[in-house]
Design a protein. Sequence first.
Length: 501
Amino acid sequence: MELWENLMLGFSVAVSPENLLYALMGCVLGTLVGVLPGLGPVPTIAMLLPITYVLPPIAGLIMLAGIYYGTQYGGSTTAILVNLPGETSAVVTTLDGHQMARNGRGGAALALAAIGSFFAGSVATMLIAGFAPPLAEVAFKFGPAEYFSLMALGLIGAVVLASGSIMKAIAMIILGLLLGMVGTDVNSGVARYDFGIPELQDGIDFAIVAMGVFGFAEIMTNLELKDKRVEISDKVGSLYPNRKELREAIPAILRGTALGSCLGILPGGGATLSAFASYTLEKKVSREPERFGKGHPAGLAGPESANNAGAQTSFIPLLTLGIPGNAVMALMVGAMTIHNIQPGPQVMSSHPDLFWGLIASMWIGNLMLVVLNLPLVGLWIKLLKVPYRILYPAILVFCTIGVYSLNYNAFDIFVTAVFGLVGYVWAKLRCEGAPLLLGLVLGPMMEENFRRALLLSRGDFTTFVTRPLSASLLGAALLLVVIVALPSIRKKREETFVEET
């Protein structure tokens, strides 16, 4: 009964004209970002963070959330029709989705992707509404030692589940933690690692780092690519899947939704990991694995359901524990702190309208995406004809204006440019920026809880292993390290992510 009352509160907030408008803007912009190759939710949200300064907290978070799950919808459109994955998680969609389009079933493929995405998004939102309150109650029992151990588990999980080299991911995490130490020490009030630069005494703004590493660097990487265009047909065929396609797709949608919902909660999980894992699962359980890659509806519907479920359940650790599980959630933490809202279990009690309004807006946003995407397929495809040499410089100008508006300080632009150059080099070296951003966001929080735990225990380091919950979390982190070090697991991990690289 209490859950019903909370959902009614959420819908009363979400259906206000202002919040509906921002939900629509987030969904449309997210779809656009998903359609255009080379962009993604992280650089887009990083670019738009300065705008949230002037928006009400609820409206800003609803818009940013809409962008995140909207990209999962948009990425499937070009992946299916022109074999161009607009978003990383849509790479798997090209394997069978584009083959269906080549077989004259492009419209049916788009419909299956929309159905799977809507169902998975709706189920994931129900899971957030159902499981978030009890998890938040558990989180209230956490002390500084438990929070430190949980963050350590989150960082290790992000390393284990990151694509590419584990050593590179560890290096990026450590670098992020070190960058988080720049600025004035909260306890002593002494400026550290600022090199005598007054602008660094308040620390390095995570939005500046995110915009440089993900925004500027992505633009430079994409501008060096040859501007190739694929001949695109506006004819997508019938939007109605036949009975055989539905019969093969529905079980895959159910499996993908369940798998994505679970993986989205894990640190380092989210849409991309869920999509790749779902495709692997569908090939394993299929009686005709040889059909995959040739237009199998299950190879499309499963990953599309999984990536949407994973995108939305990744909000659970953010809203209940205050721990970001991936780079997008780290940016959401920043958006909340901009409005002096501390992410974690207290959000539900101190800002119930924001908590339940955001959850209700996800249902509304998923419905908007279904209504918008299929009729506007022609418009999204035409946007692909805009030359990148025009598109990306315009985005660069927008980024620069956004950075300057953070503190109205030209120094921030130079810092962003430096991180943009560094991020470009990292991209060449195949170093992921997401672990860096997680380390930067979690670093100060880890340090604060580490010190607080030692103060409460009077300097006794064993407090982290004598408290049962803290010891369990550290044990889980150690177990992850041991498992990923096993040769068989390491080989399987490389096979899972081979298509990403």
